[in-house]
Design a protein around this ligand. Sequence first.
Ligand code: LMR
Length: 330
Amino acid sequence: AAACSSDKESSSSGDGEKSSSSDKPVIIKFSHVTAIDSVKGKAADRFAELVAEKTDGKAKVEVYPSSQLYGDADELDALVSGNVHMIAPSVTKMVKLDPRWQYVDMPFLFEDQDHARKFFESDVAQTILNSDQLANNDIMGLEFWENGFKHFSDNKHPLKTPEDFKGLKFRAQAGKVLESQFNALNAGSATISFGETYAALQQGTVDGQENTFNNFDTQKYQEVQKYLTTSEHGRLDYAIFVNKSFWEGMPEDIRTQVEEALKEATELEWQLAADENEASFENIKNSGKVEVTELTPEERQKFVDALQPVYDEFSDDITPELLEGIRSLK
Ligand code: LMR
């Protein structure tokens, strides 16, 4: 089990007594993969400030952005082993521990942003956040953080119909659901970590990708992608996961204050997700480098139909309870 840093560093008696009066702060290492100026990057930094204020410096959040400490491939392992204490991955990357997290990729499952937020606050979301699969790996989920809807982009031609995907290759985040999504469009896909995606697009290892406006903009994909379709076909959202032994080993008064800081940072994060994605969409349009295609309802319906096979293949894995639970929140 991971030990709480403050215990390790400040307990001279070695009896592991938890005290909040030691002068060395509890260090909470928080690793993430996006840019400092992304939705997640800004919210993580604000969380760190709030923790410093609320605990009066007794806890300190060290934020490691841009995959600088751990990338997609290893941040979850680092959390399980206690080398970092907090991560906020795009939830589909939790597929390694529990396939249900791929709910987020099920095509056109969420109607709008409000629907996603209702889900974050629902009982059905709590069941997946507090699952045995996580607890068995010494992890706890605390809060959902939002990013937004994903949009397809590529470098070859505008993506207006499902047929336009034929023969193209796309970068995917993780998991079989995304692979199946691209298969259903007769396209190929490759799982590439976020930190390596810009280079893969630049070098033509893949032709396209799918992401939120804000990730697209803060990773400067304008420089390496020519066409973007506002498809809103799937979501990209986060959850805050912590190392359970570490979290439970924190002095209780400090943990309560840190949890308050997280609640406040979460509210701010949701607001940032909306505002920053809107601003990034303007940046993308104004860059003059990306041709944006907006779909009519009829054109969108063609994608809904073309992606139906993903449900045939994965509804059992995601579980009918979770899918129906999400649908019932519309
Ligand atoms: C991606 O890999 O595209 C995203 O999950 C990155 C992120 O954390 O937003």
